[in-house]
Design a protein around this ligand. Sequence first.
Ligand code: UT7
Length: 331
Amino acid sequence: MIRAAITAVQGYVPDDVLTNFDLEKMVDTNDEWIRTRTGIEERHILKGEGKGASDIAIPAVEGLLKKRGIKASEIDLLICATVTGDYVFPATANIICDKIGAVNAWSYDISAACSGFLYALETGRRFIESGQYKKVVIIGVDKMSSIIDYTDRATCIIFGDGGGAILLEPTTEDVGIIDSILKSDGSGFEYLHQKAGGSVLPPSRETVDQRLHYVYQEGTTVFKFAVTNMAEVSYQLMERNHLTGDDIAWLVPHQANKRIIDATANRMGLPAERVMLNIQRYGNTTAGTLPLCLSDYESKLKKGDNLILAAFGGGFTWGAIYLKWAYDSPA
Ligand code: UT7
């Protein structure tokens, strides 16, 4: 049986840092409120004209290829999860392939907000399992600063820019992606969306004046759905694979709010030492959070470790993936 295994991972965040103290000067907030309500201390922001999500993804993919020692021309398929693509069309994945020289790959984007990386990983997994694809690159990336209203204190404090990439390859060993539960519920639309810029409300002077091109979020409602659903799917995935908290080496949770992460870990019976956490440094990078976690914690991962990746986000979309880590990390 062919399974899809993650064989390399690389994260990337831009250099510029926006701290809670910087935000204190921009909106009516304070470091203590942000830290205690979200766990965030700073986030990275991509600055410079003409730069988009691909400028975060490209260094991540290039680092990935270097680590694995393969050429871009060896990639068969590249999937990019993002809601802040460089353009409305074409797909950012196409732009990335062109710039890195992935001349033999076909490529497309997936839009599932904060669950984007999970959706793309599940999709890529199935291409590998088909036996027809040998090297699939999955990217989760967002330049959230391009759609954040920095006068809205309830929303601007949680988001940041960043992302990462993983390589999927086939394996017949007892490692790789084993099971998944993925969900969506479009009735959650009203609580988290971007009002203008799509075909319903194309950009106009009015939409810009009314600030409709920014993220609209009813934080408290999203929080309640996230806490319940992210924990529930993670628990279900454990149950149906006969796993207890003791069997899980790492929870890899979407980094939207530390309180959501703690609730999920609690439901799974996991101590904090086995929960990946980097929200304090990056905030919520939407599709970028999971590959950034894997990248930051790569050196601690061992072959055969049971990992559960879990996310919740706009759509609503949510889910969890269970995998066995496929390699001992390089020194
Ligand atoms: O990633 C995809 C999905 N997104 C999420 O998972 C985000 C989920 N939501 C959240 O993480 C939280 O709802 C937020 C961090 C966005 C907000 O935290 P909260 O604890 O839900 O705050 P709240 O909106 O209920 O506001 C509580 C109070 C309010 O004041 P009053 O009405 O109690 O006087 C707000 O006006 O905190 C106030 N407030 C702030 N105060 C200082 C809201 N934002 C701020 C702020 N600084 N930045």
